[in-house]
Design a protein around this ligand. Structure first.
Ligand code: F0G
Length: 368
């Protein structure tokens, strides 16, 4: 009988801080497809795979961490949770808080989150406040609320979030049979690059499980972690926080990443890199994914692909390797970017009369 995926906590319980007694808050997250990217593989001469995180319950990778954070919130007896967000964390927090029966407040930068994400938080009944400031300002306030008020912080500064998100690395190894040579992903607040690196490290050595004794190593190696930021919001490339981050990829419009030290460690310990891609390169990669691979992502999610294409053009991508790119969120989150052509003009669907001959002519079809 086909196995029904049980969500990341139950699938990886022995490698997470939970016990049999834990009340698990889940919407069935994880178990996302690892899709072979045919055209990127042809381009680079390596085997390139996409970890399609838009297939999670709320359409982004945030659900992996949120199942753990909300489980921890319930365990701590919290009545309300709070987060700052560029959109996806708020959508995920709102949904999982609903599943947990908790109140949820979300702080988002005014005018800088996509309509899809905004509507998710509202639909799930969160109290949404648009802050006159950027994500970094929102996170500042959320942290202070968590410290001084009776609300539980579910941003990735909460270690439970990173624990949940590390399962992305486990799934990649479980699918491929070993770790890839390179793992590529977008970097914003830097929780995800930290989480993947933690997951890869834990899978490559014997693991002391709190509930299941010593588990053997699953992979023989760890990948080089390649992170890509939007050029207008690239503090790791600058080497210091950016006060006015700017990019069309609103998901990663972040100037002062919370997981700074762990992201630097992921880059350096793995022999990896964190570099920048322009908004134009991000939109080109966004178009590449939808039109050549059949995978629709939001712009921020295309930053990793943009980075790989850029590195390939510079002759810096090795051939004959296995490369995994996490594409972090679904294209339907922010669909407006698909309705623009490469030169920036708006796509206008062709209107036709209710008539088969005209439709056939418009499609360039001759009658049989
Ligand atoms: N991709 C998407 C679609 C995101 O929403 C985010 C972060 C990232 C990549 C970057 O991941 O922060 O772990 O480095 N979004 C957060 C949010 C900040 O509030 O939804 P990161």
């Amino acid at each position: 009988m086909a196995h029904q995926w049980r969500g990341v906590i139950r699938e990886y319980a022995e490698r997470l801080p939970v016990t049999e007694a834990t009340t698990v808050i889940t919407l069935g997250e994880g178990g996302t497809p690892l899709v072979h990217a045919q055209k990127l593989s042809e381009l680079t001469g390596s085997q390139v795979y996409l970890k399609v995180e838009g297939m999670n319950p709320t359409g982004s990778f945030k659900d992996r961490g949120m199942t753990m954070a909300m489980t921890a919130a319930v365990e701590a007896g919290a009545k309300a949770v709070v987060c700052a967000s560029t959109g996806n964390t708020s959508a995920s927090a709102a949904a999982y808080a609903t599943a947990a029966g908790l109140k949820c407040a979300v702080l988002v930068p005014e005018g800088k989150i996509s309509m899809g994400k905004l509507s998710q938080a509202i639909a799930h009944g969160a109290t949404l406040l648009q802050v006159d400031g950027n994500f970094d300002n929102c996170l500042d306030i959320a942290r202070k609320l968590g410290e001084s008020y009776p609300v539980f912080l579910v941003n990735s500064v909460n270690p439970a979030r990173i624990q949940g998100q590390k399962t992305g690395a486990f799934e990649v190894v479980d699918s491929l049979g070993d770790a890839p040579d390179i793992h590529v992903l977008p970097v914003g607040n830097a929780g995800n690059i930290s989480a993947y690196w933690k997951g890869y490290k834990e899978y490559s050595a014997p693991y002391e499980s709190a509930t299941a004794g010593t588990l053997p190593a699953v992979s023989t190696k760890t990948p080089a972690m390649w992170g890509f930021q939007a050029a207008g919001a690239a503090p790791f490339v600058a080497g210091h926080p950016i006060t006015e981050p700017d990019t069309i990829a609103t998901a990663i419009r972040i100037g002062n990443p919370a997981s700074w030290d762990t992201a630097i460690a992921a880059r350096d310990e793995s022999g990896g890199l964190i570099e920048a891609v322009t908004d134009e390169e991000i939109l080109d990669a966004h178009r590449w994914l939808s039109s050549k691979e059949g995978v629709f992502v939001e712009p921020g999610s295309a930053a990793g692909v943009a980075g790989l294409i850029k590195k390939h053009a510079a002759g810096e991508v090795p051939t004959g390797k296995t490369i995994v790119i996490t594409v972090t969120g679904h294209g339907l989150k922010d669909p407006q970017w698909a309705l623009r052509t490469a030169d920036g003009s708006e796509v206008q669907p062709v209107k036709v009369p209710n008539d088969v001959v005209t439709v056939a002519t418009e499609l360039g079809l001759d009658a049989r």
